[in-house]
Design a protein around this ligand. Structure first.
Ligand code: NDP
Length: 326
């Protein structure tokens, strides 16, 4: 038997999450069983710990969309007991049991070997949020980052914190948008040189084009903010659309695409091909300063997760939560 955060649904459709003992034969089918060491809390985890947000189909459910740990047993040649591994994506923790347990069983194709130079704890300090921030930076680089500040929206959140630290370390000026002015010192510590108040950029405007300001943008917010950013990008610059913390609608015009040649780049971490996953993890090990990563970390246990799930849905989590499942 081992510990897991189990979400159950009652006859009235109400969900509740609690730490429970489960047995190995309850784990889903898969080729690799992993002794989980750390997991984390992403926005989607908040949904899956709570009412499900349409992501979870079957209950009881073990959430946790990412984890890092040590292979315990494997029927796949690529992994052997003792190997350190990381998992993000593939809808683990949504439509199959995830990382909020001391053991997880997955398909070998879903795993990535822990990159050289990272511990399992650091890998989960990065987590899906940080991995996605790296994918976003790579996409911006592929399209060319212009001179001048790169904007990061939702800067004090998970994606935003890691994007800020990576971009600053790569030598870019970083402007962080936050709705929490009290996080300004934290963002400066991560490398932001400019703090933009959320209200300044959150309102819709009738002007499709504003002053050309940003050399690129990592956007975790979406909605009206993304629409504003499109009109503020420099000629030929790109925004990597990662999230929808501020809404899924995009009240924009096509004018910035037609008159400024700006690019809207979609970022998906869930179905990323293996080679690009490896590339992103290797870049993280190289380009994310570990002291800055540590400054983002808030430690937690399985028992803290119901509260943390609610907090992240309310935009109240700063940086990255690292859950020690043991
Ligand atoms: P967090 O909650 O840690 O960060 C989101 C941040 O957005 C908040 O901290 C806050 O930043 C800001 N924010 C929250 N609500 C609003 C609002 N109403 N208007 C404007 N800003 C707001 O979440 P993550 O960083 O983990 O994830 C960010 C987004 O990215 C989520 O939507 C998530 O689903 C998505 N995501 C997408 C992935 C993909 O594969 N495409 C992978 C991972 C995440 P501040 O307080 O600084 O203003």
């Amino acid at each position: 038997m081992f510990k897991a955060l189990l979400v159950e649904k009652d006859d009235e459709g109400k969900t509740s999450a609690s730490v429970t003992e489960i047995s190995e034969d309850q784990l889903p089918e898969g080729d690799v069983t992993v002794a989980v060491e750390y997991s984390t809390v992403n926005y989607k985890d908040g949904l899956c710990i709570g009412p499900g947000g349409g992501l979870v189909r079957n209950y009881p459910h073990v959430p946790g969309i990412d984890f890092a740990g040590t292979v315990e047993s494997s029927s796949d040649d690529r992994y052997k007991p003792g190997d350190k591994v990381v998992l993000t994506g593939w809808r683990v923790g949504e439509n199959r049991w995830g990382g909020y347990a001391q053991k997880a069983r997955v398909k070998a194709d879903m795993l990535v070997p822990l990159p050289e130079g990272l511990t399992t704890r650091q890998a989960m300090a990065v987590g899906t949020a940080g991995f996605t921030a790296m994918l976003a930076v790579m996409a911006l680089e592929d399209h060319g980052i212009k001179e001048g500040p790169v904007l990061v929206t939702g800067a004090a959140g998970g994606v935003g914190s890691v994007a800020t630290a990576i971009l600053a370390n790569l030598g870019h000026q970083v402007a962080g948008v936050t709705g929490r002015p009290e996080t300004a010192d934290y963002l400066r510590e991560l490398g932001a040189t400019q703090i933009v108040a959320r209200e300044e950029i959150n309102e819709t405007t009738k002007r499709p084009l504003e002053t050309e300001t940003w050399g690129g943008c990592v956007d975790a917010v979406g909605g009206a903010m993304l629409a504003r950013v499109l009109g503020q990008l420099q000629y030929g610059a790109s925004v990597a659309a990662v999230g929808l913390a501020g809404g899924a609608n995009l009240p924009a015009t096509v004018v910035p695409f037609l008159l400024r040649g700006v690019n809207l780049l979609g970022i998906d971490s869930v179905m990323q091909p293996y080679d690009n996953r490896l590339r992103a993890w290797q870049r993280i090990a190289k380009d994310l300063p570990m002291d800055k990563l540590e400054a983002m970390v808030r430690p937690a246990t399985l028992a803290d997760l119901p509260q943390l799930g609610a907090d992240i849905l309310n935009g109240q989590v700063q940086g990255r939560v690292v859950v020690d499942v043991n």
